[in-house]
Design a binder for this molecule. Structure first.
Ligand SMILES: C[S@@+](CC[C@H](N)C(=O)[O-])C[C@H]1O[C@@H](n2cnc3c(N)ncnc32)[C@H](O)[C@@H]1O
Length: 209
């Protein structure tokens, strides 16, 4: 777990709490807080954790009684109760590997972050691509009624992406848990009670026989 840069940072609290409680990341507290507020994961849930390494969210999901499939482009040390797939969530082959383990999940949670370039608008756009990749996976493997959480970096595309995701959920909200750094650009899309929407292709008149 990376050491906090500023010792006076109020987030030190979560760093030390994570150490004390044996979580691999302070991000674990974000999921705990969001789960307390939105009831996303329950005992017996099948959870897909995207961008999972080093494993804090997967640890929390297992503690909540879930069966977890975790995916990351980087390796992740094993956790009991977690099936790990190393892969890029933007790649079709990773979706195939996920489906090979299970085609139906109660919750898809995604905390994937791009490598920060420091250029705010670039980081924002890469994060939007990751969020869309996570949603593309969720759309295919989430059970009707399932829940979806995805991290995004705030910026001009947020409302557009929110509008893309929102028809698929009966409850939807952008949320910042207390454990997120105050100065952080991150925000989470929370979607509950997934609706499978059929997409129809309307044949344009010139293509009609
Ligand atoms: C903030 S960390 C996740 C922390 C995790 N939730 C925890 O509690 O330990 C972001 C992760 O996203 C992963 N990631 C970034 N781009 C990815 C991609 N295209 N496919 C899969 N994982 C990706 C990174 O490798 C990194 O491990």
């Amino acid at each position: 777990m990376a050491k906090p840069r500023r010792t006076q940072d109020r987030q030190d609290y979560y760093y030390w709490e994570a150490k004390k409680k044996g979580y691999r990341s302070r991000a674990a507290f974000k999921l705990l807080q969001m789960n307390k507020t939105f009831k996303l994961i329950k005992k017996g849930s099948k959870v897909l954790d995207l961008g999972a390494s080093p494993g804090g969210w997967s640890q929390v999901a297992v503690e909540l009684g879930a069966e977890v499939v975790a995916v990351d482009i980087n390796p992740m040390p094993p956790i009991e109760g977690v099936t790990f797939i190393q892969g890029d969530i933007t790649k079709e082959e990773t979706l195939e590997k996920i489906k090979a383990v299970s085609r139906e999940y109660d919750a898809v949670i995604c905390d994937a972050s791009p490598k920060i370039t420091g250029h705010w608008s670039i980081d924002h756009l890469i994060s939007m691509d990751l969020a869309r990749a996570a949603f593309n996976i969720a759309r295919q493997v989430l059970k009707p009624g399932g829940n979806f959480v995805v991290k995004m970096f705030q910026g001009e595309e947020i409302q557009k992406v929110f509008n893309e995701f929102k028809p698929y959920f009966r409850f939807k909200k952008l949320h910042s848990p207390p454990a997120s750094r105050k100065r952080s650009a991150e925000i989470y899309f929370i979607g509950k009670r997934f609706k499978k929407i059929k997409t129809y292709y309307i044949v344009p008149p010139e293509e009609q026989e």
